[in-house]
Ligand binder design. Structure first.
Ligand code: SF4
Length: 424
């Protein structure tokens, strides 16, 4: 391993794990996510979900009041009452996730016990599951890891030979990947999370797991405990990463190499053509990725190897060295990989190196733009369909767009003759 692995602690500028509810609730429309937290938590979800809050939301917050925090009220009774009211009003809910937050953790509200009690009371009509999305314990996408890890003990056992794709994908991307694996010769493919929370996939010694996302450390650990084999491969971002990821799956099923090449070669060729116009913009440009989603390493690998970008620094909130071994091996010698964050020091390094593009959270993007540094919002990367060989061009476009936009508006911002109006 040749990357330069560094660590940093200090003030952080990241989302907490509650944010992952925004995409998880869309994936499983029969589930409800009830955050047990403060007004701050409710505010976070509302801001992150934007207009979605008006359309029959499948998430909400049970707000802990001062009486709960002071221990004057029996918080468990209150929570049972809120859950029962919710389930009466929304009979279509099949799975209720009780999501822990910083306040519920600090006052040691035992949500695991609450889930157990409610499960007994509801007698199988609704399944109640608990996990933590608190900012003390989780960063952004780790919330999905918590939610999926909470489902693993509920998966039925089976010895069937199957491929299990783990991690939320856009439906269209998932369909496409299943189709391609089918053409390679793998017929039984299931997904976690499923599209309906009640249709949980089975797991056992016949299960081979391909992680679609790099942030699923705990889920992977629990699946191994259930007998599954979790493959290590580069993640399916970009043409090269996606191909290696699919090849790892194919090898586990002993599929002939010729058939794999027959199916994937034309796709890779097409991806290369799709990448070309973006490579023209990105080649030789220097990029700095701030930590947020754990997608940073595979993205950096894609941007460097397939788009010709130079990596100034690759930040990640957490580095699972085992699962990331193949990604790390593909990075150029001495790439600065920074685990954790001291946001002030990191911003100093951004200013010092003056990169052409910075991938960062929304809180930093506009201030950096105002300083003349082009930025890309990292949150878009978890909401956009970016996985798979076919998506390589679209993924590159997410990075070439801010640079193109900058080129377009540059004459307006720096007119050669400042007396002439810009729009004349
Ligand atoms: S869980 Fe913690 S970090 Fe997240 S919104 Fe609530 S209080 Fe803030």
């Amino acid at each position: 391993m040749s990357a330069n692995l560094l660590k940093e602690t200090g003030p952080r500028e990241v989302f907490c794990g509650l944010t992952s509810i925004v995409w998880l609730h869309r994936r499983m429309p029969d589930a409800f996510f009830l955050v047990v937290g403060s007004r701050t938590c409710a505010h976070l979800i509302q801001s992150a979900a934007g207009v979605m809050i008006f359309a029959e939301p499948r998430f909400g917050t049970a707000i802990l009041s001062e009486r709960d925090l002071a221990g004057l009220a029996d918080a468990h009774e209150e929570l049972d009452r809120v859950c029962c009211e919710l389930l009466q009003r929304r009979p279509e809910i099949r799975t209720l996730f009780l999501v822990g937050s910083c306040p519920s953790e600090v006052i040691k509200l035992d949500l695991a016990r609450a889930a157990e009690r409610l499960n007994e009371e509801l007698q199988g009509r609704v399944r109640v599951v608990n996990y933590s999305g608190s900012g003390i314990e989780t960063t952004f996408t780790q919330g999905e890891d918590g939610a999926l890890a909470a489902l693993v003990p509920l998966l039925p056992a089976s010895d069937e030979r199957q491929l299990l794709l783990v991690g939320t994908l856009a439906d269209a991307v998932e369909d496409r990947l299943i189709h391609l694996f089918g053409r390679l010769g793998i017929s039984t493919i299931r997904s976690l999370p499923p599209r309906q929370s009640t249709e949980l996939p089975a797991v056992g010694p016949g299960t081979t797991v391909l992680l679609t996302q790099p942030f699923l450390t705990e889920t992977a650990r629990l699946l191994k405990h259930r007998g599954a084999t979790v493959l290590t491969a580069p993640f399916p971002l970009g043409a090269e990463g996606s191909r290696r990821w699919m090849e790892a799956g194919a090898a586990a099923f002993h599929l002939p190499k010729e058939r794999v090449a027959e199916v994937l070669d034309p796709l890779e060729e097409r991806a290369r053509i799709a990448l070309r116009p973006h490579r023209e913009v990105l080649e030789g440009k220097r990029i700095f990725l701030l930590p947020e989603s754990q997608l940073e390493l595979p993205l950096a690998r894609f941007l460097q190897r397939e788009c010709g970008m130079e990596l100034v620094e690759v930040g990640t909130p957490y580095l699972n060295r085992d699962q990331m071994a193949e990604e790390l091996a593909l990075l150029p010698e001495d790439t600065r990989v920074m685990e954790g964050q001291h946001v002030e020091q990191q911003l100093d390094r951004v200013r010092e190196h003056k990169p052409d593009l910075v991938v960062c959270g929304m809180g930093l993007a506009n201030p950096l733009e105002a300083e003349g540094i082009a930025t890309k919002w990292s949150i878009e990367l978890v909401f956009s369909p970016i996985h798979g060989i076919d998506q390589a061009g679209d993924l590159a476009e997410l990075f070439s767009r801010p640079l193109r936009r900058r080129q377009l508006i540059h004459p307006g911002l720096h007119p050669i003759n400042p007396d002439q109006p810009v729009h004349a």
